[in-house]
Write a protein that binds this ligand. Structure first.
Ligand SMILES: CC(C)(COP(=O)(O)OP(=O)(O)OC[C@H]1O[C@@H](n2cnc3c(N)ncnc32)[C@H](O)[C@@H]1OP(=O)(O)O)[C@@H](O)C(=O)NCCC(=O)NCCS
Length: 163
C-alpha cells in the first residue's frame, strides 16, 4: 500500500486476547520482561492499559498506568523494537498524559532503569524531572540496578516539570 494511504496505528484498551502479542513484544524489549500474570493482574485491577495497533502488523506497542491519589503512575510503556524511533513511544506517553488530565490528576510518575538513557532522554524532553532514586529496584545481571524516579506535573495549559 502507498505509505501516504496507510492509516496510522490507533490506540484502544488492552484486552486479554492481546496478551500473546503484548508478551511477544515484552520479551524482545526487556531483559527482565513482565510475565503474563503481571499483565493479567493489571487488567483485573482495572489499571489504564492500552495497545497501539497497526492495521497490518497488529499490536506494536502498549502502556499500563495505575491511578493513585491525585496521580497516575506509569508502570510500563513499550514499543516493539522494529517500530521504535518513529514517534510511537511519544504518542503512548501523550496518551498517558491525556488519561491523567481527563481524570483530573495532578502528576504523572514513573521509574526507569538508570542505564536506560534513551527512555530517560525521551521523558526529560517531554518535561519529566528526575526527582529521586530507588536503590536496587530492578534485577540486573548478577546485581540489582537503581531506578530513577521521574515526575511530570499535569496541567491543562500543558505539562510542566516539577523540580
Ligand atoms: C522507550 C520507548 C518506549 C520509546 O519509544 P519510541 O517509539 O522509540 O519513541 P519515539 O520514536 O517517540 O522517540 C522518542 C525520541 O527518541 C529518539 N530516538 C528514537 N529511537 C532512538 C534510538 N534508537 N536512539 C536514540 N534516540 C532515539 C527519537 O528521535 C525521539 O526524539 P525526539 O523526542 O527528539 O523526537 C522504546 O524505545 C521502548 O519500548 N524501549 C524498550 C522498553 C523501554 O525501555 N521502555 C521504557 C521503560 S521505563
Amino acid at each position: 500500500m502507498n505509505a501516504l494511504l496507510q492509516p496510522p496505528p490507533w490506540r484502544r484498551a488492552m484486552a486479554l486476547h492481546d496478551l500473546d502479542a503484548v508478551l511477544a513484544i515484552e520479551v524482545r524489549a526487556y531483559g527482565w520482561p513482565w510475565s503474563r500474570g503481571n499483565f493479567i493482574d493489571t487488567l483485573a485491577a482495572g489499571h489504564v492499559a492500552e495497545v497501539l495497533e497497526d492495521r497490518e502488523a497488529g499490536v506494536i506497542g502498549y502502556f499500563v498506568a495505575m491511578t493513585g491519589v491525585g496521580e497516575l503512575h506509569l508502570l510500563n510503556v513499550t514499543v516493539a523494537p522494529e517500530w521504535q524511533g518513529q514517534g510511537h513511544g511519544s504518542a503512548l506517553l501523550e496518551a498517558a498524559v491525556a488519561h491523567g488530565l481527563e481524570r483530573g490528576l495532578a502528576e504523572l510518575w514513573l521509574e526507569v532503569r538508570e542505564s536506560n538513557h534513551h527512555a530517560r532522554a525521551l521523558y526529560a524532553r517531554r518535561g519529566f524531572a528526575e526527582v529521586g532514586l530507588r536503590r536496587g529496584y530492578y534485577p540486573a545481571a548478577g546485581r540489582r540496578e537503581d531506578a530513577v524516579v521521574m515526575r511530570l506535573a499535569l496541567t491543562e495549559g500543558g505539562p510542566h516539570a516539577l523540580v
